[in-house]
Structures are given as C-alpha cells and as structure tokens.
Design a protein around this ligand. Structure first.
Ligand code: FNR
Length: 185
C-alpha cells in the first residue's frame, strides 16, 4: 500500500513559494504516495503552562503527525534559521515531555528561496532539531532549491530545468521512508 506522507510548509504567506514547491513536488510522485499538507498556520503559540491541558489544535495536530508514515518539511529560511512558525509547530508537537508526536517518523528536508544559499542554513538548523526529536532524516540528496522563474510552471508543475533532479529527490525520499518504517509509540 502507498505510504501516507504529511507535508509541513514553514510559511504562512498566501503566496508562499515553498507551498508552491511542496504542491509541485507531490505531483511528481502522486501515483506512489498519499500526500496531505498539514496546516501549521493556525496553531496557537506553544506554552508549557498548558501541558496539563493541551490545546485541541495541538492534540489534533499531534494525532495527525502520528498517523503518517513520513514527514516532508518544505521550508523557507528566516534570518538564516527556521521560521518561528515552523519552530512553534515542532515545539508544540514535541510536548508534553515524553509524549511528543515526532519520534521515529522518517523525514525529509527541502526548501526554496531566491538567494544563492537557498535555505541551506535553515535546513541545517532544522536537522539539528530533528536529531533531538529522533526523526531519521534523509541526508542525501540535499534539497537547496534556488527559486527562479519557471521552477514551478504556470500549471503548478516542476519546470523542465529541475524536473529530473527533483523527481530523483522525491523517489529517494519515498525510498528512505520505506527503509525506515516508523516506530509505533
Ligand atoms: C527572509 N528571506 C530570507 N531568504 C533567505 O534565503 N535567507 C534568509 O535568511 C532570509 N531571511 C528572511 C527573513 C524574513 C523575516 C523574511 C520574511 C524573509 C526571504 C525569503 O526567502 C522569501 O521571503 C521567500 O519568499 C520566503 O518563502 P515563502 O514564505 O514565500 O515560502
């Protein structure tokens, strides 16, 4: 059966280039996996004072994370690190202590920005977090994707220049998920 992949986009912009990339990536392998974009933009700001009474939004979010065979992070870079929006989702999903949702779920990390370094530093910071959350994360190939006209075409597909690279990237990500079946909590 097809793996169920959750996609987390680290942007709340209505015109997010990372959301455009995420949707186009799913189209490359839509016959091989079920994809669901998991909305993190409406999560409240995590507060440990609420650990005895976790807000429903985080309860539901954690249940959704826990139902996935793999998580694909598609994120912009903010000031050379992960956007606060994404960090909030990671933190809230990791608590209460020892009741986190992330542990053991295989992950992939990719993202785009117009700059040359193309979210590489945000991705390295994210990897540091995912090590602690015990998510086996694909190391190669890397996904430092510079945003240029035509990366995603008018129909929402990956353009010809990057098609082969990103198609291979997605094949390898799905193979990674298959090789690292998530540990049930
Ligand atoms: C940015 N941007 C940015 N780009 C980058 O490559 N490295 C960086 O460190 C930053 N820092 C940064 C901080 C903040 C607060 C903002 C708002 C933006 C630019 C960023 O790549 C650009 O806005 C992208 O369009 C963001 O991706 P989404 O939100 O369109 O998916």
């Amino acid at each position: 059966s097809k793996p169920n992949i959750g996609i987390i986009v680290g942007s709340n912009s209505q015109s997010s280039i990372n959301m455009q990339l995420a949707k186009a990536l799913t189209k490359l392998v839509s016959d091989q996996a079920n994809f669901e974009i998991i909305d993190i933009t409406k999560l409240p700001f995590y507060n440990r004072d609420e650990d005895d009474n976790t807000p429903k939004a985080f309860v539901d979010f954690k249940a959704l994370i826990g139902s996935k065979d793999g998580i694909l992070f598609v994120t912009p870079e903010h000031n050379r690190s992960v956007p606060a929006l994404l960090k909030n989702a990671l933190d809230g999903g990791s608590r209460p202590f020892k009741q986190g949702a992330w542990n053991g779920i295989p992950a992939g990390v990719i993202g785009t920005s117009p700059g040359g370094p193309a979210t590489s530093m945000a991705q390295q910071h994210l990897r540091n977090i995912l090590v602690f959350l015990d998510m086996p994360t694909m190391q190669q190939p890397e996904g430092f994707i510079q945003w240029k006209d035509g990366l995603v075409d008018a129909n929402g597909n990956i353009g010809t220049a990057s098609h082969d690279y990103l198609n291979t990237w997605m094949q390898k990500f799905l193979a990674w998920v298959e090789k690292h079946p998530r540990q049930k909590q």
